[in-house]
Design a protein around this ligand. Structure first.
Ligand SMILES: NC(=O)c1ccc[n+]([C@@H]2O[C@H](COP(=O)([O-])OP(=O)(O)OC[C@H]3O[C@@H](n4cnc5c(N)ncnc54)[C@H](OP(=O)(O)O)[C@@H]3O)[C@@H](O)[C@H]2O)c1
Length: 315
């Protein structure tokens, strides 16, 4: 039973953890939860690779982190998850300085954008949140196996409750686009990817965990309008919404990545620094059974390999 909860911060969960000699890679390290995740891992002694798509934002984040954690080792790589060629270039840059990876945090994400397409034509949320990370993880798998026992943390969301993945039409080619449904599908895909990774690599010491960080005011809301905020609030008074600070929001990712309690475990969905209960009723918490479904995880795995045109690395 975890000693932490929804109030715990990154500093709380890292307090007894020593990451000296470890290599951590964090995507979406130019903003929000990614920067905080990188900061606290570096403060615990890890060498941290910051992955982002925007050179200027990455440079600003790097400068802030170097000031926050003097003497820490930071490396940086550019990868646009919405362009598989950029993911390949970025992965090569990461592997050049990190032949062994102990922790990969697939944190980058985009939410509720209008209908847009990635460089290869995938719907933007599914393409960025799932497909880009799938390929990146495949390309980094040899380094993760080198680091075993290693962990992959996939940032999902309670929004996975909005929808299972539509395996027939994941890229909205035959149905009307709905931005929240699409976000929900992509976040379900993040959980199913964790299940699929665990099935294939858990026995080889690479474990995968999916995380709902909570609700945190970050740049993730950049595409939201007033109606979206009202929809998210539902019947709850906006003043009573259970928002977390960024250090509390990033705590579950850091707990997933480092907690000794989770050693050797994977294919799980975590929230509030706990393993989530099955979803019940209209509660905001819990995990839907369709997100942990092994058969759906296999189907999504095959589908994604087809979309990227290559088999996932075997090591
Ligand atoms: N905040 C919440 O309430 C909440 C709730 C549930 C789940 N989450 C999940 O938590 C994760 C982190 O979100 P956040 O709240 O920290 O949001 P954020 O501040 O918007 O950070 C998202 C990061 O992802 C990067 N990103 C977006 N598209 C990308 C692309 N095509 N290629 C590479 N990087 C890309 C962004 O880069 P730029 O800076 O260049 O845009 C940014 O660094 C996301 O996966 C999100 O779905 C957040």
């Amino acid at each position: 039973m975890s000693q932490f909860d929804h109030t715990s911060t990154t500093n709380d969960v890292i307090a007894d953890i020593n990451l000296h000699g470890k290599r951590v890679v964090v995507t979406g390290a130019s903003s929000g939860l990614g920067v905080e995740t990188a900061r606290v891992m570096a403060a615990a002694g890890a060498a941290v690779t910051l992955v982002a798509r925007d050179q200027d934002k990455l440079a600003t984040a790097l400068a802030g982190l170097q000031e926050a954690v003097p003497g820490a080792t930071f490396d940086a790589a550019i990868a646009d998850l919405a362009d598989l060629d950029s993911v390949r270039t970025g992965a090569a840059a990461i592997l050049a300085h990190a032949p062994q990876i102990d922790i990969l945090v697939n944190n980058a994400g985009i939410m509720a954008c209008p209908l847009l397409r990635t460089a290869q034509g995938f719907e933007m949320q599914f393409g960025t949140n799932h497909v880009g990370h799938f390929l990146l993880t495949s390309l980094l798998m040899p380094a993760l196996l080198q680091g075993a026992p290693a962990r992959v943390v996939n940032l999902s969301s309670a929004a996975h409750k909005f929808a299972p993945v539509n395996l027939e039409d994941p890229n909205y080619q035959q149905r009307d686009y709905q931005k929240w449904q699409s976000y929900g599908e992509s976040k379900t895909a993040n959980v199913l990817f964790s299940v699929g990774l665990e099935q294939r690599f858990g026995a080889r010491g690479v474990h995968a965990l999916a995380v709902h960080p909570g609700m945190i005011a970050t740049e993730l809301g950049r595409h939201m309008d007033q109606a979206d905020f009202e929809m998210i609030a539902g019947d709850t008074d906006p003043a009573d919404m259970p928002y977390k600070s960024i250090p509390a929001g990033a705590a579950t990712s850091v707990w997933a990545a480092t907690s000794p309690e989770l050693a050797g475990r994977g294919g799980l969905y975590l929230e509030d620094c706990h393993i989530a209960e099955p979803a019940a009723g209209d509660s905001r918490g819990g995990v839907e059974s369709y997100a942990l479904d092994a058969q759906a995880a296999d189907q999504l795995w095959s589908l994604t390999e087809e979309l990227i045109g290559e088999a996932f690395a075997t090591g």
